[in-house]
Design a protein around this ligand. Structure first.
Ligand SMILES: CC(C)(COP(=O)(O)OP(=O)(O)OC[C@H]1O[C@@H](n2cnc3c(N)ncnc32)[C@H](O)[C@@H]1OP(=O)(O)O)[C@@H](O)C(=O)NCCC(=O)NCCS
Length: 148
């Protein structure tokens, strides 16, 4: 059985292992200061960044999800953006990812958000296999301007 709880300072080591797994999945590296700042904001209830950790029946950390909300012009309610989702490779396919998304959905409902949304790579067929079950595609294409 999966248990999902808010990330706390005590979770730092387990969170870090999952976060590093997530960065590796994206073949990315971040400065240690950024990772440290991200964790600080996750455990700071006033930062606006939220995180939850999934544990298996033995208490082992097996997944993380991070999200934030922002105001919107098309509604007076906030939108909830799910930014990061990662499940440990050895427990994939067991419903942890689905449970983490459901957790964010529940949080967003409780906090009056108008919707939960997220981005994924078109090529991420595994993640999309899950997303097609729990959400609908917006049809939007993502553009960006990187600023130094
Ligand atoms: C995407 C990810 C979070 C899914 O986590 P998970 O715990 O394996 O997902 P679940 O077990 O809850 O998946 C449920 C559904 O997703 C689909 N799914 C899961 N793994 C799949 C796979 N390998 N191939 C195809 N579909 C898959 C299935 O439809 C499954 O439904 P079912 O249980 O009815 O068969 C996980 O694969 C992961 O961490 N991947 C690497 C990081 C990543 O891609 N993150 C998302 C970035 S946007």
């Amino acid at each position: 059985m999966t248990t999902i709880t808010s990330i706390t300072t005590e979770d730092r080591t387990e969170w870090l292992a999952l976060w590093n797994g997530y960065l590796s999945f994206y073949e990315s590296e971040l400065d240690e200061e950024i990772t440290a700042a991200t964790f600080e904001r996750l455990v700071d209830s006033h930062s606006g960044i939220h995180g939850a950790l999934a544990r298996d029946e033995n208490g082992a950390a097996v997944g993380i999800v991070h999200w934030l909300t922002h105001p919107a012009t098309w509604t007076t309610a906030d939108y909830c953006y799910l930014e990061d989702l990662f499940v440990a490779p050895d427990v994939r396919g067991g419903g942890v990812g689905r449970a983490l998304i459901a957790h964010v959905r529940g949080w967003a409902e409780q906090h009056g958000s108008a919707k939960v949304y997220w981005l994924t790579a078109e090529s991420n067929t595994t993640a999309r296999g899950l997303y097609d079950h729990v959400a609908s595609r917006s049809g939007m294409i993502h553009y960006q301007i990187g600023l130094d």
